[in-house]
Design a protein around this ligand. Structure first.
Ligand code: ARG
Length: 475
């Protein structure tokens, strides 16, 4: 190749070089790798946060005189009109420009000319992307928290309607002791209450602004990090520039809290599925929230609850993805981190859908109080109450346990519940047993006697529901 044709080829290559870092390069990026390395397909979802971060950064640059007010005005207006273009759908995203940050910056330069190139003073995509995700996630947490509260409201309403509805309480999925449905439902509410708290903890820990960390070591410019932090409603700037651009623990923490929440929802849904079965027949889900079978005409399936239960797989899977993504990553930013977005986005989407589905499902449930009541009375559910009764008659608990065990064995053999046994029969097991035992053996007596804080008695459940409501109100 002659010297001049070599120069010609270099020239054509140069014109194809990346606009952002082309200066140091002689060859354009391999075509496949250009697509492989790009994230714009999914991170364009951060456009609002990216623009908000850029506006805050530009205004800060103007405040510290790194931009003139005029330049800042041009940049801010340019960014705002890009936001409108994106919302309208007229913005053209380019994979060659790799990610949301470079797409928007390139569009800005195109819109307002060379002054747009000044925006990137004192920052890097590394602090930019960390800021964008935090802003996005903070908003997502707020929306999900509202949904958790809405769901809690539904649960508490339902509990209040059933403070005195009797049902069997289970351990090992075997009838254990009678409880009230309201009490069972308030157990769900407690799980959701802690889920809400975990999201708030995560939100407060992530609410520090990475802007100014630049690539990893900070910047030589006299930036005002407190200003950008407050413009973006962060509580303060992050402490350490290297940590700011590299850790994604806030995403892991969010996905861990989300995993616990979806596991709670899966437990609730599992109960709904069981209760809705013809074997239990504790509840009926409306036609609007059930589906049929294409082959078995008699079927009515609790698909909504099953689907929510099934989403546990992807949501906990996303947590694993993030944990493994971060494992062993040396400081500071590594391109690995680009992989943080899809699992995070998917978690927020799936969780939002599950919470909405759950909120809509609960009012579609019709409680079969009669069936719950009969089930509560079966399977010697008040055997523990009899043991406690004997203890009150001064019999040591272990001995009382043994006496009740023998009466249950007799009941099993003769298909007779304890409350149906004649007094004379019961007295064969212990002469201490008197006529007042029947109050203790009834399921009503069993639940009303558990009237302490956290107990299943209707009066305790009513009070607990009131406290749960107050907690929601006073948040
Ligand atoms: N798209 C990148 C990400 O999502 C932005 C940061 C890239 N920084 C870099 N130095 N390559 O993480």
């Amino acid at each position: 190749m002659t010297n001049s044709s070599k120069k010609d080829e270099e020239k054509t290559n140069k014109s194809k070089l990346n606009q952002t870092w082309g200066g140091r390069f002689n060859q354009p990026l391999d075509e496949f790798i250009s697509t492989f390395a790009a994230s714009v397909q999914f991170d364009k979802r951060l456009f609002k946060e990216d623009i908000a971060g850029s506006i805050a950064h530009a205004e800060m640059l103007a405040k510290v005189k790194l931009l003139t007010e005029g330049e800042c005005g041009l940049i801010v207006n340019g960014l705002k009109s890009i936001k409108e273009d994106i919302k309208k759908g007229s913005f053209v995203w380019s994979t060659e420009l790799e990610d949301v940050h470079m797409n928007i910056e390139a569009a800005l330069v195109e819109k307002i000319g060379a002054v747009g190139k000044k925006l990137h003073t004192g920052r890097s995509r590394n602090d930019q992307v960390a800021t964008d995700i935090k802003l996005w996630l903070r908003d997502a947490i707020d929306q999900l928290s509202d949904l958790i509260e809405e769901l809690q409201m539904e649960v508490i309403n339902m509990a209040e309607n059933h403070v005195a509805t009797l049902m069997p309480g289970f351990t090992h999925l075997q009838t254990a002791q009678p409880v009230t449905l309201g009490h069972h439902l308030l157990a769900w509410n407690e799980m959701l209450e802690r889920d809400f708290g975990r999201f708030q903890d995560c939100r407060s820990r992530l609410n520090e602004c990475p802007l100014g960390a630049a690539a990893l070591a900070g910047t030589t410019f006299p930036i005002d990090r407190h200003l950008t932090a407050s413009k973006l409603s962060f509580s303060k700037p992050t402490e350490n520039s290297m940590d700011s651009v590299s850790d994604r623990d806030f995403a892991m923490e969010f996905c861990a809290s989300s995993s616990i929440l979806i596991i709670h929802l899966s437990r609730i849904c599992e109960e709904i599925v069981l209760w809705n079965s013809s074997q239990f027949h504790f509840i009926q889900i409306s036609d609007r929230f059930s589906t049929g079978s294409s082959i078995m005409p008699q079927k009515k399936n609790p698909d909504v609850a099953e689907l929510i239960r099934g989403k546990t797989g992807r949501i906990t899977g996303n947590l694993m993805t993030l944990l493994m993504l971060m494992k062993s990553q040396p400081l500071a930013y590594n391109k690995d981190n680009q992989e943080d977005k899809e699992p995070l986005f998917d978690t927020v989407d799936a969780l939002g859908d599950c919470l909405r589905a759950m909120i809509n499902l609960l009012p579609e449930i019709e409680v079969q109080t009669e069936a719950l009541y009969s089930a509560a009375k079966e399977s010697f559910s008040t055997a523990t109450d009899l043991a406690d009764y004997l203890v009150r008659k001064n019999i040591p608990f272990r001995e009382a346990h043994e006496i009740v065990g023998r009466s249950v064995a007799y009941g099993l053999e003769h298909e007779l519940e304890l409350s149906c046994m004649p007094l004379a029969k019961l007295q064969e097991f212990s002469p201490q047993i008197q006529a007042d035992v029947y109050e203790v053996l009834s399921v009503e007596g069993s639940v009303t006697s558990r009237a302490h804080v956290g107990g299943t008695a209707p009066e305790s459940v009513k009070a607990a529901a009131g406290r749960a409501r107050d907690r929601l109100k006073n948040r």
